[in-house]
Design a binder for this molecule. Structure first.
Ligand SMILES: NC(=O)c1ccc[n+]([C@@H]2O[C@H](COP(=O)([O-])OP(=O)(O)OC[C@H]3O[C@@H](n4cnc5c(N)ncnc54)[C@H](OP(=O)(O)O)[C@@H]3O)[C@@H](O)[C@H]2O)c1
Length: 201
């Protein structure tokens, strides 16, 4: 599909140096949320070409199992962890699992996200739109990153936030729940950047 001039400025073409990528990723353990669909799924398929271990998090077991088959065919390995990140107790369970096993995570990709576009007038009785986007787009990745900080520090690891372009733009109407939650996690990451750097993250 041909892109418009504005799309080619906002989303310039990215070329992947496969040799460098293999050097950078081979043997790494990568935790990724929202692996079952969309960007997360595509990201896992791409990364699986570089001999990595992927820890896949989402709610849809069948989709993650199908993804695992592709990953294994590409000579990487995968662990499936089912979690509904709307639910704090499931976030805690996921964290407990990762921390008790002291899984040596090198990269945490925070990708799972919920997007909502709704006029304010239709949102007056929908406080849950705000709690849902806040819990998935902000509080869950925040809690996971806090818990993984000692492991990532030890591994000289990385945190990758799949953010949204609109966090850098002026706020737009009808996107309040989504934009507020994505901006909150973006600010959290950017505020921590210098401190994470001192911790080797
Ligand atoms: N697509 C875009 O145009 C766009 C633009 C800007 C930013 N982004 C950001 O990019 C990221 C990925 O977007 P996408 O378009 O690829 O999304 P998507 O296709 O809707 O996929 C969302 C992923 O998140 C998972 N997820 C949703 N709710 C979950 C929950 N409660 N607990 C655990 N996992 C959950 C889904 O898995 P299950 O349903 O199996 O749980 C799925 O794997 C998001 O953070 C989004 O904000 C996307």
């Amino acid at each position: 599909m041909k892109s418009t001039w504005i799309e080619s400025i906002a989303f310039p073409k990215v070329f992947l140096n496969k040799k460098k990528a293999l050097q950078a990723f081979r043997g790494k353990t990568i935790l990724i949320t929202g692996a079952s669909e969309g960007i997360g799924n595509a990201c896992c398929i791409l990364l699986s070409k570089f001999q990595v271990h992927l820890i896949l998090v989402a709610r849809s077991k069948e989709k993650l199992e199908a993804l695992k088959e592709v990953i294994v065919k590409n000579n990487s390995t995968a662990t499936i962890l089912i979690a509904d990140l709307y639910k704090e107790e499931q976030v805690d369970h996921l964290i407990e699992h990762l921390c008790t096993k002291q899984t040596p995570i090198d990269i945490f990709i925070s990708n799972a996200g919920k997007s909502i576009k709704r006029p304010l007038q239709n949102s007056l009785l929908r406080y849950h739109d705000f709690t849902r986007t806040n819990s998935l787009n902000y509080l869950a990745p925040l809690k996971i990153s806090l818990a993984l900080t000692p492991i990532l520090s030890k591994q000289k690891g990385q945190i990758v936030n799949v953010s949204a372009l609109n966090v850098l733009l002026l706020p737009t109407a009808q996107w309040a729940a989504y934009q507020a939650s994505k901006t909150a996690f973006d600010q959290y990451c950017r505020s921590n950047q210098s401190e994470w750097k001192k911790m080797n993250i």
